[in-house]
Each structure stands twice: as C-alpha cells, then as structure tokens.
Ligand binder design. Sequence first.
Ligand code: GLY
Length: 335
Amino acid sequence: MIVVPVELGARGYEVLVGAGARHALARALPAGARRVAVVTQAGIGVEVDPGIEHREFLMGDGEESKSLATVEELCRGFARWGLTRGDVVVAVGGGVVTDTAGFAAAVYHRGVPVVHVATTLLGQVDAAIGGKTGVNLAEGKNLVGAFWQPAAVLCDTEVLATLPPRELRSGQGEMAKYRFLGVEDLLELRLDEQVAACVRAKAAVVAADEREGASGRRATLNYGHTLAHALETAGGYGLRHGEAVAVGLVFAAELAARLGRIGPERVAEHRFAVAAYDLPASLPPGVDDAELVRLFARDKKALTGTTFVLDGPRGVEVVPDVPAEAVEAALEAVR
Ligand code: GLY
C-alpha cells in the first residue's frame, strides 16, 4: 500500500492508495470512534466493513443530487439515528458522494469526522483529497460548501476495474491536468503509482495553501476548470467532468498562447496530453459563447475581472483581467 501524508498539522491525515485499500477502513477510523454512518449510492456496489456498529444512508445519483436538499435529508437521517460528534461519517463513492457527505459531516453538529473511500479515479486523484466539500446551486456548481479535512482517505485501485470505460476516462481528464502541475511521465507508471503521484502533487499544494488563499497556489488545481465549470453550469452538453476539464485544458493553453504566455509547442503538449487519454479537445456542438463568457465572470476565482488559471513562464498561475478578445479567440480555437 502506498501511504501519502497530507501535512496539515493537527488536521493532517494519510491517503492510502492501492489494491484493497478499502479493507483498511477499520484501522483508518479516528481513535475512539463509536459508530459509523456510511453514506453511499445504490449503484456503487463497494462493500466496506468499518468493524464497529454502522448504518447505511443512501443518496441519489448525479450532480442534481449534490444539493442542499440531500444534505438536509442526510443530516435528518443522522439525527434520527442519533449520530453524535463521537461518531464518524464514511463516504463511499465518487466526487458527488464525498463532496456531499463531506459537507453534511462539516455542518452536522457543527462538524463530525469524515473518512472518504473514493471509488472513482476522479475522486481518488482530486475530489476526495484536500478537504473541499460542498454542493451545487441552480446558479452554479459548488457554490455552497466548507473546508472540512477528512480523517483519512482510502483510494482502492482494485475497485477502478469495475468502472465503465467512460467514467475511467473522465478521471484521466483530471490526471492530464497534473502533467502541467509538475507530474510528468504518468503514463509510464502502474495505476496505483499514477494515482499516488497525483495525490502527492495535490497534497503538496493543499499543505501550502489549504484554503485557497491569496498565494493562488491551490487555485492552480483548478487548471482547465473555468471552462469546465461553465460548460457544466450551462447544462453539461453531455460531457462528463473530466471530459469538460480536457476541453478546458486545451482552451486554457490556447488562451495562454494568445496572451503570449506560452508558445505553440506548449499548446501542442496540451493537445497531446488530452489525446493520450482519448479525451475531447474541442467544444461540443451548440455551445453558446456568450453564455460561457457570462459564466466565466461568475467563477469563484474571479475577484477582479475575468480570471483564469493559465500556464506561463512561471508555470500555472492565476491571471486576472483577461481581455475579452483573447477569450473569444481561444473559444474559436476549440470550436
Ligand atoms: N479540486 C480543486 C481543489 O481541491 O482545490
């Protein structure tokens, strides 16, 4: 098993990566835990054994279940069962489950410990790590949430074998992102090593900038996400998250090139990274540019003007006040 520490002092924890990591759940629970509320979805099909009294709480599938209504339903279920701060929430699933159950754990009784058992590649390399929890509003993705670090994260690579190929590819969209955040040659590694390399990269960023502060370091994890989130908020156009991130990476490269931050070879590297995973590099038909531009301005990073996370001579960083003409030209380049 590969153990990756997330160095956050008193809030630090370990991420266990490897085949069968889910069987380490009982050992990963906080000392003295009495009971476990297991939050999962009916279709996940990953059994966990916390080794102490537990009860399952099912939530719905899809982004529409990542809502305040689900958080209320979970918290009411916890209250009826009598969950206390001496107990633990265990989230078993992909990003929808870990984000929603993590947020329910953050607010129920003003905070109970949570352990994530990430069952998708996307969850293992991104969503379950780093303590961002939250739900969507009709106005946008992840607009309500809290930083709530888990007590441990288990990334069981064995369960990835059961994922539909498209779901796996969606996770690879997030993996492609890490190439531009300093993780190279991922394709040559074993699957557990690939996951661990991404987790290590994310853990280092989170340790340096836990709450996405002024340094902008954590915001770099959103590389490729400004366009992805806008596409998702506009209805998704049939894209899965990692597919939208893949288009977003190519768009971000085209935008950086138009601002003179990178050259054509680096743009080609973005296109290669996305193609290597057989991910889309252009916008689906029917996308309304004007709507995307409106949604870019609503992005959480946008403190001044339209803000993007872009590659450049100093690496990936937050770039405010990006001119509208460059954005329009970059959208044209991914059409
Ligand atoms: N998914 C981006 C972050 O955790 O900061």
